[in-house]
Design a protein around this ligand. Sequence first.
Ligand code: FMN
Length: 193
Amino acid sequence: MHPKILIIPGSNRSGSFNASLAAAASVELARQGADVTRISLIDYPLPLVDEDLKERSGIPDNAMKLGRMIAAHDGVFLCCPEYNSSIPPLLKNMIDWVSLISRDGDRPLKAWQGRYVALGSASNGKFAGIRGLYHVRSVMANVGTQVISEQCSVGGAASAFDEDGNLKDERTAGMLANTCKSLIAHCTLMNSR
Ligand SMILES: Cc1cc2nc3c(=O)[nH]c(=O)nc-3n(C[C@H](O)[C@H](O)[C@H](O)COP(=O)(O)O)c2cc1C
């Protein structure tokens, strides 16, 4: 069975480098045999996480949709911008809302629990967004996912992709291919147990 992988870019910016990385990851994962779904958080707007709001109105519909979608996949590939060396609010807010879900109707739902997660980052800066990934890795471990060691960081992102969306630099393309390979291997192993 092909592992099901969900790809989520952590930026809604027009021309987002992390959306470009998500597109390249999508092609690579499919090439390696995964069943890929790629979304944009622009289609799932969420209020700022707020426990009073949750108490009054429950989990927002878009968080429930994301939670169900995450739970229906074996693995998640997050493409993360780095904001002030850390995780951007769009991504953190989505992760937090999904972490607050405990039920879907009368069924338990812990969407992050047990998912394999791969991390990527893209930045035009020379650190390639790598400092932010330390924080994303820690957050994702704390919500119960298994974050794989391999990751892909793209520096000089404004000129890193060719007109077909491929990574121009061989080493960086290899890093993406290895990250995808490991994510697929972990998901396949989990499915075979
Ligand atoms: C509030 C803020 C803080 C940022 N801090 C960093 C940073 O620490 N390191 C970095 O490489 N880029 C930083 N940037 C620049 C982002 O990497 C850049 O905006 C990038 O294009 C965001 O990803 P995107 O293209 O996917 O939207 C920051 C941008 C913003 C808005």
